[in-house]
Design a protein around this ligand. Structure first.
Ligand code: AMP
Length: 358
């Protein structure tokens, strides 16, 4: 068994967004130093890290100097090229490793992986041409959703296909050579589970979180949500199998559709902290960010017990202008990400409302 990385060690974070910022703050709380590799010197994570290196993901000199400063490297953004991780893996431990990213960067790969672990998904087919799309639409039916296989997020790179949709226009609008057509799921609710697996193989899961999306973007996350205990125990067993098969080291957030009959269908996976886990910062014994630090440093994983009823609400630009109202609210815990440019719909912060258990 490898010994844990002790406090004082340096955790390198690839990506400078708010997820990196909150990971760096959690690392500091445990006495670690966080250094960030990011694209801009004033990125949210760079503002709170002891050191930051500004570089592109193919800049081998900058990556090499970054690796030389760190004891372990993790990431806050899953669309980093797998080649970047492979390059770093020759120098230093990268957690999670590039094979996890290779699965989660592709909707086709991740659905296949979920199925091999015993999960159901929406019906789907790969689409690489307009004739594929015509064929897939016949087989899957309408409504359905055509999505780019890679690099889609928050509903971007998606088009809904109805009986009267012009398929040529839909295919061309995605500007891609690889897409997926998914059957539309008439779900009862959307939920997510964040799983941590440490470098010594310990696994812990956060409570199931119910997620409400507006315009394809997460608006609110709520805990607890009702899931029949026998359903949850089956889902948890499959998740253990899935993260072991992936050889995950770090966090994996899995988003599910829950059908009217209670079946969990895997929608998406992300190998990093997730927006639907922000409530854990104020509403859980251990936050998802601290859990990531523990997992990549080989520390025992923390308790994932929720402290009460919790609601997390995203603050999207220009709602951050209302910060004074949130600050004045005795029931609200405000987190702002230090972004100077408040564009409509941009994630600027979040607020947690907590009703503690007695
Ligand atoms: P995604 O980027 O795949 O997470 O999609 C963003 C949101 O669009 C999801 O959280 C759902 O609310 C909705 N959505 C995506 N795919 C489907 C589907 N196959 N059936 C129903 N709703 C979907």
């Amino acid at each position: 068994m490898t010994s844990p990385l002790p406090p004082g060690s340096v955790i390198g974070i690839l990506g400078g967004g708010q997820l990196g910022r909150m990971t760096a703050l959690a690392a500091a709380n445990l006495g670690y130093q966080a250094y960030v590799y990011c694209l801009n010197k004033d990125d949210p994570a760079a503002q709170v890290c002891a050191r930051s290196i500004v570089g592109q993901y193919d800049d081998e000199d900058a990556l090499r100097s970054f690796a030389a400063m760190c004891d372990v490297i993790t990431l806050e953004f899953e669309n980093i090229p797998t080649e970047t991780l492979q390059f770093l893996e020759n120098i230093i431990s990268v957690r999670p490793h590039h094979k996890v990213l290779a699965v989660t960067q592709s909707r086709l790969e991740e659905k296949g992986f979920a199925k091999e672990s015993g999960f159901e998904t929406a019906s789907y087919q790969a689409v690489r041409s307009i004739s594929d799309l015509r064929q897939a639409t016949k087989e899957i039916g309408c409504p359905s959703i055509l999505k780019t296989n890679r690099f889609g997020y928050d509903g971007k790179g998606q088009v809904r296909i109805e009986e009267d949709t012009d398929l040529v226009e839909a295919w061309e609008s995605l500007q891609t050579d690889e897409a997926i057509l998914e059957g539309f799921v008439e779900f009862d609710k959307e939920v997510s589970i964040i799983v941590a697996r440490s470098s010594i193989g310990e696994i812990k899961m956060f409570p199931v979180t119910e997620n409400i999306h507006v315009n394809h973007v997460l608006s609110e996350s709520i805990v607890p949500t009702t899931v029949a205990p026998e359903v949850l125990s089956e889902v948890e067993k499959k998740l253990v199998k899935l993260v072991e098969k992936m050889d995950l080291n770090g966090l994996l957030a899995i988003e599910f559709f829950v059908s009217k009959s209670g079946t969990f269908l895997v929608n998406e996976m992300a190998p990093r902290p997730h927006n639907s886990g922000h409530w854990t910062m104020d509403g859980c014994m251990t936050s998802q960010f601290e859990q990531l630090v523990r997992a990549v440093c080989g520390l025992p994983l923390g308790s994932t017990k929720a402290l009460g009823k919790v609601k997390m609400k995203n603050i999207l630009g220009p709602d951050d202008k209302n910060w004074e109202a949130y600050i004045k609210d005795a029931h609200a815990k405000l987190h702002l990400y230090g972004k100077s440019d408040s564009k409509p719909g941009r994630k600027m912060g979040h607020v947690t409302y907590l009703e503690l258990d007695q």
